[in-house]
Design a binder for this molecule. Structure first.
Ligand code: SOE
Length: 390
């Protein structure tokens, strides 16, 4: 059945580029149930959005998202704007009967996430679906890790550890961008990259976090305001503004199985560029993943002979591995951008099959509640125990 689904994407920053690549390439490599047409790119700056549309292959542009959600010829709304607009756009689009793909984190507050999940539930009853964009689930090595855990490859899970290490804010003179302003981003490292390690660990293990205990901290409290930062290094005449989000989030979590997990999300890990690392330790073995080596999954099989036992590095490029058969022969590795084609594929195929794509907005609401619980826990400073005591 050759069908097409017309897409309007709202926003055109880094995620706009990545999503555009996904929509453009997915139908070339996967036999999709419907072909996504890159119809409209939406952004407030007419000149900038026209240039982005030209670069990435969008047929038209618009400067007001309200216009596209009311168009009969648009089937899908793809939201890649900062978090402060996710709820407004997604709820209006779902109520207008449009399928919605929304970038992570779902929202800036639990209240917004609850309203989005309710709108998604209303829409699903009418065969209109919403998906939260967590592309790392669709890196083949992470999907493989989930499959191996489900098959019992690590036995009973005993511990989970996850870090997401970046360093693009380690320079105190890096400017005050939107990701550092709570009213735009909702939170800092916690929601920006902490959301990824919460989603990835829950996805791989099939467990959900039930309680957390954490600390969040803002390391650099003031930064040069973007418009005036004429040069890094504290040049005279530069205005400074307050950072209103966390720079680092450290927390422990207890999953519904009772298993403990440890989590770190920071954009101050000097030298680490995009190191999302997940390790699952079990009674029969362990799995380890590092996004900076995304074609590999390390597997330790406790049942092997002691003399040759060790972490095996699986190169996840075999046609039997998730998504790989659509791409290249074994050993021809994938990149960061391929997961966005996998996301477009999974979203389109679920909609065409009349099935709820994952993760849903309900999954996003659960994730938002985890983030909010970390912030509540961190606000209780009484939990620190002085080492100077007895
Ligand atoms: C910045 O920390 C960022 O672009 C995140 O916003 C993305 O979600 C992550 O995938 C890469 O880093």
């Amino acid at each position: 059945m050759s069908r097409s689904m017309n897409v309007a994407m709202i926003g055109y920053g880094f995620m706009g580029a990545a999503h555009s690549q996904g929509w453009r390439v997915a139908p070339k490599f996967f036999d999709l149930a419907a072909t996504p047409n890159m119809d409209v790119l939406v952004g407030r700056n007419a000149e900038a959005v026209a240039s982005a549309a030209e670069r990435w292959g969008w047929a038209e542009t618009a400067t007001d998202w309200h216009d596209v959600i009311n168009r009969d010829d648009i089937d899908i709304i793809d939201i890649v704007t900062p978090g402060d607009s996710h709820a407004h756009i997604a709820i209006a689009a779902l109520d207008a009967g449009k399928h919605v793909l929304c970038e992570k984190p779902l929202a800036n507050t639990v209240a917004e996430a609850e309203a989005m999940a309710a709108a998604a539930e209303r829409a699903a009853a009418r065969g209109v679906f919403a998906m939260l964009g967590h592309t790392y689930r669709r890196v083949p090595a992470i999907t493989l890790a989930r499959d191996l855990v489900a098959q019992g490859a690590v036995g009973e899970i005993q511990q989970v550890r996850a870090t997401y290490l970046q360093d693009w804010l380690a320079d105190p003179q890096s400017p005050l961008v939107w990701r550092l302003q709570k009213h735009l981003a909702g939170s800092g490292a916690l929601g920006d990259i902490g959301a990824h390690i919460v989603d990835a660990t829950q996805f791989i293990t099939g467990m959900t976090l039930e309680s957390v205990s954490g600390t969040i901290e803002t390391i650099t409290k003031r930064r040069p305001v973007l418009e005036t930062s004429v040069g890094l290094g504290g040049t005279a005449g530069v205005e400074y503004g307050d950072v209103t989000v966390d720079d680092v989030a450290l927390f422990t979590g207890r999953f519904d199985s009772g298993v403990l997990g440890s989590f770190e999300a920071t954009r101050f890990a000097t030298g680490r560029k995009n190191a999302m690392r997940i390790e699952v330790s079990g009674t029969r073995g362990a799995l380890a993943f590092d996004l900076e080596d995304l074609n590999a999954l390390e597997y330790y099989d406790s049942s092997g002979p002691a003399t040759t036992r060790g972490f095996t590095k699986i190169l996840v490029t075999e046609p039997e591995h998730p998504y790989i058969s659509a791409w290249w022969p074994a050993g021809h590795i994938l990149g960061y951008e391929h997961a966005f084609s996998h996301q477009a594929k999974d979203f389109i195929d679920a909609i065409a099959a009349g099935e709820q794509p994952a993760p849903s907005f309900a999954d996003g609401l659960q994730l938002q509640r985890v983030l909010a619980a970390v912030e509540r826990s961190a606000s209780d400073h009484s939990r620190w125990t002085s080492t100077k005591g007895q």
